[in-house]
Each structure stands twice: as structure tokens, then as C-alpha cells.
Design a protein around this ligand. Sequence first.
Ligand code: FAD
Ligand code: NAG
Ligand code: NAG
Ligand code: NAG
Ligand code: NAG
Length: 473
Amino acid sequence: MAPTLRIASGLLAAATAVSGASWIPSFMTKDVVIIGGGAGGGYAAVRLKEDFHKDIVVVEKASKLGGHVSTYTDPASGKSFDYGVQNFNNYGPAAAFFQRLGVSTGPAPPRIPLATQYADFTTGAQVNWTAPDAAARSAALATFLNVTAPWEDLFIPGWTNFPQPNQIPADLLLPFRDFVTKHNLHAIVNQVFQVTGSGAGNMMDALTLYVLSAFGQPMIKTFLGQLGALYTASGRNIEVYEKIGQRLGNAVLYNSVVTSSIRTSLFHTIFVKNQVTGKTTVIFTKKLLIAIQPTPANTEPLNLDVYEQSVLSKFNWQTVHAGLVSHPSLPINGSVVNMPAAAAPDNYLVLPTVDYNIRFDYFGQNLFRVLMVGDKNFSKAKAQQLIRNTVSKLIQAGTLPASTAQVQFPAWADHGPMHMHVTKQELQNGFIQKLNSLQGRRDTWWTGGAFSHQFQALIWAFNDLLLPQLVAA
Ligand SMILES: Cc1cc2nc3c(=O)[nH]c(=O)nc-3n(C[C@H](O)[C@H](O)[C@H](O)COP(=O)(O)OP(=O)(O)OC[C@H]3O[C@@H](n4cnc5c(N)ncnc54)[C@H](O)[C@@H]3O)c2cc1C
Ligand SMILES: *[C@@H]1O[C@H](CO)[C@@H](O)[C@H](O)[C@H]1NC(C)=O
Ligand SMILES: *[C@@H]1O[C@H](CO)[C@@H](O)[C@H](O)[C@H]1NC(C)=O
Ligand SMILES: *[C@@H]1O[C@H](CO)[C@@H](O)[C@H](O)[C@H]1NC(C)=O
Ligand SMILES: *[C@@H]1O[C@H](CO)[C@@H](O)[C@H](O)[C@H]1NC(C)=O
């Protein structure tokens, strides 16, 4: 630790000890402050603390670690339902990490077989959509694997090896619609969208690069049976982050956000406020690891300089919500899938456009999982209103039986900004190289979905590349 830092923190710690009052800030000095305790921050915290023997603290806004992992326990039955993260790709360090945490894995939880019906959620009317047959799907999946294989190392698990602007493969910059047409991948589009590709928003208009970020080689291999998935034996995916929380102990400041910061070349001073108790903690640290989505709102207290702002301000994103809803008209043991009328009977290039709910899936105990993707302004209120409107339309159109009951929302997660992306022009202006250049600049490192992809195990693998650099610097 820099001598200045040691003296400053010593004086301040003494001041706190003398005063003892709760409204007086606490002071601490750390090797690394990690902002955000989800996939990126939670994993990094364990490794920095236990493998690199760093004195760390995690600043986490929520009352739990784990970000997008949402486990709901039905009070009546005691049954748990994961309506956020479903499973973990058995990719890179994932299996070893489960073992290290003492999280037992098991087979995929038994799923109720769902009777699927298709309806246009903008009108409520049924849509006679015919799924591509199994042979066409597997052929398209194999082609998809083949065509995308040469690019895997360019941006998985992170963007470190991404080619210079004039060497980006042209296919990656095509709107996905054109890429599908070019390679005759129509039969796989719906599956890509239903599984994880919807994160790309208006998926057919999105750049192929970003569809592959949402559904790339690891997912293709999973579907071809070449890569496994890890399921918690407990059927509660939050167990992974509960165990991380236990290991980190008081190295996590829960319910806390950064309110402001001073970042200098000597050390950073991070002001943290607990949103429940109102207590302020002032942390002095040499290094900062930012593991939240780098939106203007999230980075506002982080004292970005002009260069950091100029890079990160190029990002656009989708907003994602997931929840468990119930309503007597929704079909027990059923799945009602959002399919635009124009997709009938087999126009596979047509998909819903934002803001949308992908489908209602029966999960058990009268609970239906919804998964919603919208633009930057897609608030929880808007998302829940869209669900209410959709249920009314499905009833009015006769797709669902009538009922005057209100939609209930027993569990809801506003996943906020996800799938950060930039335009083709920005990619051609060297955006990825600029993004990479932020790593280590101003003794600050960046992880999470925006620097890797929206998958737990990919972010963990990306951390394995990043953390040694952070430690060595
Ligand atoms: C519905 C859904 C289902 C998914 N299913 C899967 C799946 O089955 N398998 C899979 O591998 N991936 C899945 N993902 C994706 C995966 O969970 C994400 O890619 C991953 O969590 C992103 O990690 P992250 O660290 O970037 O962000 P997060 O995991 O979201 O972590 C960010 C953390 O920072 C905290 N935070 C936010 N803002 C602040 C702030 N200002 N100050 C302090 N803390 C803050 C948040 O509370 C959160 O804990 C799913 C995502 C969603 C939304
Ligand atoms: C739903 O499916 C389960 C079997 O998976 C069955 O036991 C149950 O009776 C079904 N319920 C309805 C309402 O169809
Ligand atoms: C769907 O197909 C069925 C049977 O072919 C037909 O009766 C029905 O009218 C069709 N519905 C629509 C909305 O086209
Ligand atoms: C992938 O495509 C190339 C070129 O069409 C072909 O030579 C190769 O055999 C294919 N590989 C696989 C695994 O299908
Ligand atoms: C989002 O809301 C802001 C104001 O809150 C508005 O300026 C902006 O145009 C909106 N964006 C979209 C995409 O609707």
C-alpha cells in the first residue's frame, strides 16, 4: 500500500474508533474494491480473496449476491422455482468452481411437459405457426456450428482477441436476418430466439455478432449435446451465491451503492452508502474492479474521465425483466408463445419486436414464468402493464378463457440493462479496441456481461483471464 494511503487511513480509522457514532462514516483500506456482486463481481471476489490473497470488499446494491439469479420459494408448497438463471454452461472453470464452493450438481430438474400454443401478443389472436421439423432443425444447427466455429476465439469468453476494425469478418456485421438467409439457417431461428437470443432485442435486425454473443458456440454445442449444463442439486440456483456470500463474510457491503468517488493515480477514495441504514463507508483502495453494467446512470458516481465516458457512452442496451405471474385464464401445463401473425404458417424470419414478453410458461403451483425484453426505458411498471394488457387481449380474442381476475405478480426481477452493444459504425471505428484499452487504465478493471457475454460461466472464464492482469499491475 502506498505510504500516503496508509497514513490517511490510519488517521481516519483512529477517528472512527474514537467517535464510535453510527452516523460517522466508517473507513477502510483495501487492495481491491469490487463494485457489484453478481456473476462477474462474486466470482472475482472469491478468486481475489482466496487465490490471490487480496484484501477485498464487494459493494453490492441488493440484499443478496447473485445478480440475475432469482430463486422464488412458493410459501404454500415450499417449492423453489428459478425464474432467472436456469443453469450454468459446463464451460471453463464452472464445474471446478461448483466443487470448490461445495455446491452439488444434479440432473436437470424434471419439467412438466407443456402443451404449446402460439398467439400474437399484440392482438391476442391465435397464430397457426408450424415449427420446423426436427431434421431441418438439426441440419441448421450443424451448419450454424460450422459457420460460426472460426469466430469463437475472437470474442469468447471476452473480446480480448477481437480483430482490428478492417479485419472483422463481414458476416459478423450483417443484420442477423441477412446472415440467416445467406447460410440458410431459417429452421434454427425460433430456437435461438426462445432460448437466449431474445436478449438481442429485435433479434433479426441485430448484428450477427451480438446474436452470437447471446447465443453462440457454447449454446450451439449445448444443443448438439457437445457441452453439458450444470444444475444445482438443490434446485435453488441462488445456492451458488449464498455459498459465495458465506465465504466472503463481512467482505461484502450489502444494500450499498457508491455515492461518489475520487480516483487519482495514487489511490481511489470510494464513498459508499448503505441504503437501509444510511451509513457511509469511505474506502481507500489502490485498485477498482467494476462489475456492474457500465451505463451512464451506474457509472455516474465513479468519476469517469473524458476518455472513459467517450468509450462507454457509445453503448446501447436492452432492458430485461423476468417474473412469475398467475391468472386463472392461463393454461395449467401450457405454454403460450408470442408469435407475430406475419410469422404464420412458417415465415421463420419474423419474430416479436421490443417491448415484448416472449411467452408464458407453466412452472407449477399456478405460476407462469414470463421473460421480457424492451428498450432502454422498459421499466417494471411498463413491463407489468404489458403483461396485464396481453392477458386481456388473449381473453378478448378468445385464445384464453374469460375471467375478470387480476394478474398476480408473486415474484419479479427487474434485470435492468443487459446485452450492451454498439453500432456497426462504432465497431468499424475500433470500439472493441477502445473498450479493451480501459482495462487497467486508472488502476481500474471492468468485468461482467458488457465485457464478456450474458452467461455465468463465460464471465467466470473471462475473469480468469483478467484477474492475473489486475493482480500483476
Ligand atoms: C432472466 C435471465 C435468465 C438468465 N439465465 C441464464 C442461464 O440460465 N445461464 C447463464 O449462464 N446465464 C443466464 N443469464 C445471464 C447471466 O445471469 C448474466 O449474464 C450475468 O449475471 C451477468 O453478470 P454481471 O456480473 O455482468 O451482472 P449481474 O450478475 O447482474 O451482477 C451485477 C450485480 O451488481 C449489483 N449492482 C447493480 N448496480 C449496482 C450499483 N450501482 N452498485 C452496486 N451494485 C450494483 C446487482 O445487484 C448485481 O448483484 C440470465 C439472465 C437473465 C436476466
Ligand atoms: C398437469 O400435468 C401433471 C403431470 O405432469 C398432471 O398430474 C396434472 O393433472 C396436469 N394438470 C392439469 C390441470 O392438466
Ligand atoms: C388455424 O388452422 C385451423 C385448422 O387448419 C383453422 O381452422 C383455423 O381457422 C386457423 N386459424 C387461423 C387464425 O388462421
Ligand atoms: C464445415 O463446412 C466446410 C465448408 O463447407 C466443410 O468443408 C466442413 O466439412 C464442415 N465441417 C463440419 C464439421 O461439418
Ligand atoms: C426514454 O426516456 C427518455 C426520457 O425519460 C426519453 O428522452 C427517450 O427518448 C426515451 N427513449 C426511448 C427509446 O423511448
